[in-house]
Design a protein around this ligand. Structure first.
Ligand SMILES: [Zn+2]
Length: 460
């Protein structure tokens, strides 16, 4: 994990937020390569959802919504964590986490269940204060007056923007149930214990899809979306061995959920949540109907049946997905693997990104810093850049340049050399050397065919 965090900062994937001011709790900024990687993951998800399928449409709703939305959804009353403060060192803790830890510690040592009064501050051993509920929604004010009537919340999930637009989207897109609405956007949760780099942050980007189905078909659809989640990650290169499903126990389900299954990933600290799938039933539509007074039922125009659709929700965090793609692609090769003679034999790092996910698709190197090699290389860069994100690099040995690109996961490196342009009396062959990141095989490809060659190999 430390290696990923170090690489992420050094190569411009992820920087600590407000870095020059010493950072601000668990916020991160995405650098030049990070923004490309994030865009590619978002695009891969969006395409698989809304372009390849004809039963899912897109939406982009506002972050600020009527406070009534959060009243209806249950977030105002229920979206909270129980907290306790240490009276001595003032540290703040999640009461339920402390209780769980203490219970585990005392297991088998005594009969009576552990209570909060048995627990002391894990940091200093001090006495803990009264337990109270802390709502995780972030508050701000709409308009110039800071008063109670102007309070709005930064959305804690994108899902509610979808539910309140159910009728708008269904009618305008002329969709019949079953169909889904997908949305990508920022959400905010004032987590007490964020952590593990970009795994859990207070400001994060969600990729959520609410799939509306006829009650009674919900369990079947649940299975199908569960499979979609697994297929999507493996399709883009994440190893199936590092993925598994975890069924949530009935008694631990959220208030709206009939069933929840997590697709889990094997993180460096153990298995953890990656992509959750929940059967939200008709809870949200019925709540919004009650609170808004608007009819949110659906009428099947073929059978004339009227009902409130059930909702299957696969909800994925984009930042967390990015962490998983980086962790899974990361490989260290001890002793190096470069075939070039001047390469230093030490540990080499390769990010084996799927071509669709890789931030840079190809890098172009002139063998020397002189014309006409640099001119041809620049021209190539400009031509390929109309289609893909590519890089030009003329500094250092070719071996060093390969390693620079391997480290950021670039699938192909293209070298313009003296054979390309020819030398005294020897005509050039107008070909370049294309080197494959994973096989390290090198092929001579005609410049005129380079674009179609790359398109076929990249598949994008
Ligand atoms: Zn303390």
């Amino acid at each position: 994990m430390e290696k990923i965090v170090g690489l992420a900062k050094r190569r411009g994937f992820v920087f600590p937020g407000s870095d020059i001011y010493g950072g601000i709790g668990s916020t991160y900024d995405y650098g030049p390569l990070g923004v490309l990687l994030k865009n590619n993951i978002r695009t891969a998800w969006w395409k698989a959802m809304t372009q390849e399928r004809d039963d899912v449409v897109g939406l982009d709703s506002a972050i600020l919504m009527s406070p009534k939305v959060w009243e209806a959804s249950g977030h105002l009353a229920g979206f909270s964590d129980p907290l306790v403060d240490c009276k001595n060192c003032k540290k703040r803790w999640r009461a339920d986490h402390l209780l769980e830890a203490k219970s585990a510690e005392m297991a088998g040592l005594r009969e009576a269940p552990v209570e909060m009064k048995d627990v002391r501050c894990p940091a200093c051993g001090g006495e803990l204060g009264e337990e109270r509920q802390f709502n995780m929604m972030m508050k701000t004010f709409l308009g110039p007056v800071e008063e109670a009537a102007a309070v709005v919340y930064l959305r804690p999930e994108t899902a509610q923007g979808i539910f309140v637009n159910f009728k708008n989207a269904q009618e305008s897109a002329r969709k019949r149930v079953p169909f889904g609405i997908a949305q990508v956007g920022k959400s905010f949760r004032n987590e007490i214990t964020p952590g593990n780099f970009i795994f859990r942050t207070r400001e994060f980007e969600q990729m959520e899809m609410e799939f509306f189905v006829k009650p009674g078909t919900d369990e079947e659809w649940f299975e199908s979306w569960k499979q979609f989640m697994m297929d999507w990650f493996t399709r883009f290169g994440v190893k199936a061995d590092n993925l598994r499903f975890l069924e949530h126990a009935k008694e631990k389900l959220s208030h709206y959920s009939k069933r929840t299954v997590d697709l889990e990933y094997q993180y460096p600290w153990g298995w953890g949540e990656l992509w959750g799938c929940a059967n939200r039933t008709d809870f949200d539509l019925k709540q919004h109907e009650k609170h808004s007074g608007q009819d949110l039922s659906y009428r099947d125009d073929l059978t004339n049946e009227r009902y409130h659709p059930y909702v299957i929700e696969p909800a994925l965090g984009l930042d967390r997905a990015m962490l998983v793609f980086m962790l899974d692609a990361y490989e260290e090769i001890d002793g190096g693997r470069s075939t070039t003679t001047d390469a230093v034999k030490d540990i080499e790092t390769v990010l084996r990104f799927h071509p669709a996910i890789a931030p840079i698709k190809a890098a172009i190197f002139p063998l020397s810093k002189k014309e006409p090699l640099t001119g041809i290389a620049h021209e190539l860069r400009n031509r390929l850049a109309r289609r893909w994100s590519v890089q030009y690099d003329e500094t250092g040995s070719v071996g060093k340049r390969y390693r620079r690109q391997d480290e950021i996961g670039t699938p192909f490196c293209i070298t313009v050399d003296f054979q390309t342009v020819g030398e005294e009396g020897v005509p050039g062959d107008d070909k370049v050397t294309v080197r494959d990141r994973d096989t390290m095989l090198q092929e001579r490809v005609a410049i005129s065919e380079l674009e179609s060659y790359l398109a076929a190999k990249l598949g994008c």
